[in-house]
Design a binder for this molecule. Structure first.
Ligand code: TYD
Ligand code: MG
Length: 480
């Protein structure tokens, strides 16, 4: 058996090094290694494995298991992100910046579950390691939830929490706010370190599985945007939800980045009001609410978030650079993708953007990962560059390739239907490939402009601007 020796654990990625060093070899972060006592070897060693243990049984893929039962949280947008509600005996991690609304939404959900519904008679427990009971009560009062039979405790000693939860037979939900404040006295390291967070989470998850309650862990996010310390937590839990949006905005977007019981990348949209987080059933209307028509540099993107189409305004601003290398400032989109699009616009469409500072913003605090946004971003850029507004009644979607070709994207029909629902009159989209049928009947009234190359996007702006039409580069790419 190896001698117990101290080891050094990276607080960012959880990698273990035998001695202290300034930089973590695994993730490249500086000053993240902290000393921890190596855990005593436990469990059967390789020799014991040969003798002990039962035979496991293998089964075929066929056979029916019922879908997991669900506990509705009373917040349909939260249920949507979870894939239909909380699953008993599962663990969910809710991450996000401080002050974004994690405690608020979980208090709301826990109170609603405690208030009954189909799971009446089951209890909801809320354990806060960050706030005193009085503070949580005050928040409940503000939210009008003070009458809910939620059971509240301020605790952070894992030993006490486990001892109490071991007694629970009828808890439906246990909220731990937050996992970084929990600590186990058997470990030498401080609360919030990887060792503590990992051990406490593992212990709580084990309890959730054995006692059958749904466990929700709140996790803080570091300024780099990862859950503090624990990448290690993400693979231990069944679902990870992140709160996006900034505190300056009233919109909050809850996104599932991992979900063993539902789709990922599903979003829920909320608005922070004085009565807590309120659902936004029609996010497109909200994201477009502050749009001002007839301003250059703005285009509406018809996107898909999870299973839901969402329209969002993309804003671009070009300003003459004041020397040095021009700035590229992007909020809510990938800056590498922006550079690529600008290169395509310059090389394939003859647009000159190079000497300008470029600012790109996805309005409303949404973060977009779809390549389908390329065409809308390009439209906003071209509109900014030519100082001509895009048609306010038009939506854009399509992926752009390096030769300037516009590529097909998934779910064109739902995007178009959403645009139609919100009163848009036209759409610019990739050219349908031959096998595609006609536009669906439901889309009557929506004028479709199918384009195959970026030059087709640029031409109308250039014509309007009265500038010389950019010459279309010879299409070099083979289709597909
Ligand atoms: P909180 O839920 O405490 O955030 P977290 O747990 O993620 O750190 O966050 C709340 C912020 O929201 C806080 O700055 C106050 C504001 N807030 C409201 O605007 N309305 C409300 O009803 C509540 C409870 C909070
Ligand atoms: Mg909180």
């Amino acid at each position: 058996m190896a001698k117990d020796r101290n080891r050094f654990v990276c607080q960012a990625c959880g990698a273990v090094a035998p001695k202290w060093q300034g930089k973590c070899d695994a993730c490249g972060e500086w000053n993240t290694l902290q000393e921890e006592l190596a855990p005593a070897a436990r469990g059967p060693g390789p020799a014991a494995k040969a003798i002990g243990g039962r035979q496991i049984e293998f089964v075929g893929l066929e056979g029916s298991s019922p879908p997991p039962p669900r506990i509705p949280t009373g917040l349909p947008e939260l249920d949507r992100v979870l894939g239909g509600g909380l699953v008993p005996a599962s663990a969910v991690l809710v991450g996000g910046d401080p002050g974004i609304g994690k405690s608020t939404i979980l208090l709301q959900a826990a109170a609603r579950i405690a208030q009954g519904g189909p799971h009446a008679g089951r209890r909801a427990l809320y354990i806060s390691g960050e706030e005193a009971v009085a503070q949580v009560r005050l928040r409940a009062l503000r939210l009008g939830l003070e009458k809910a039979p939620l059971e509240l405790a301020a605790a952070s000693a894992l030993r006490d929490i486990v001892a109490s939860l071991e007694q629970e037979a009828d808890a439906a939900l246990v909220v731990i706010d937050s996992i970084q404040t929990m600590w186990l006295d058997a470990l030498d390291s401080a609360p919030g370190t990887v060792a503590q967070v990992r051990t406490c989470a593992a212990e709580l998850i084990r309890l959730a599985k054995s006692r059958g309650f749904a466990l929700v862990l709140v996790g803080h996010v570091t300024k780099e945007g990862t859950l503090a310390g624990p990448r290690v937590l993400e693979h231990m839990v069944d679902a990870t939800l992140y709160f996006e949006g900034d505190r300056g905005h009233q919109f909050r977007i809850l996104r599932a980045t991992k979900n063993r019981f539902g789709a990922t990348d599903e979003i829920g949209v909320f608005e922070m009001t004085e009565r807590g987080l309120v659902e936004v059933p029609n996010p497109s209307a909200l994201f477009l609410a502050e749009r001002r028509g007839n301003v250059s540099g703005s285009a509406v993107f018809a996107g898909i978030e999870g299973t839901r189409p969402v329209l969002v305004e993309i804003q671009a601003l070009l300003a003459p650079s004041t020397g040095g290398s021009p700035r590229r400032q992007v909020v809510g989109w990938d800056s590498g993708r922006l550079s690529m699009l600008m290169a395509v616009l310059e090389a394939r469409c003859g647009l000159t953007l190079g000497q300008n500072d470029v600012y790109l913003n996805i309005a409303g605090g949404l973060r977009i990962n779809e390549p389908a946004a390329d065409l809308a971003v390009a439209a906003a850029l071209v509109s900014a560059a030519t100082d001509r507004p895009t048609d306010p009644g038009t939506v854009y979607f399509g992926e752009v390739g390096l030769s300037g070709e516009i590529r097909q994207v998934a779910q064109a029909e739902s995007r178009l239907r959403e645009a139609q629902k919100l009163g848009f009159a036209a759409a610019v989209l990739p050219r349908r490939i031959a096998r595609g049928g006609r536009a669906p009947a439901a889309l009557d009234g929506l004028r479709l402009t199918e384009i195959g190359h970026m030059a087709d996007l640029v031409a109308p702006f250039a014509a309007k601007a009265g500038k010389k039409e950019p010459t279309r580069e010879r299409e070099t790419a083979k289709a597909g």
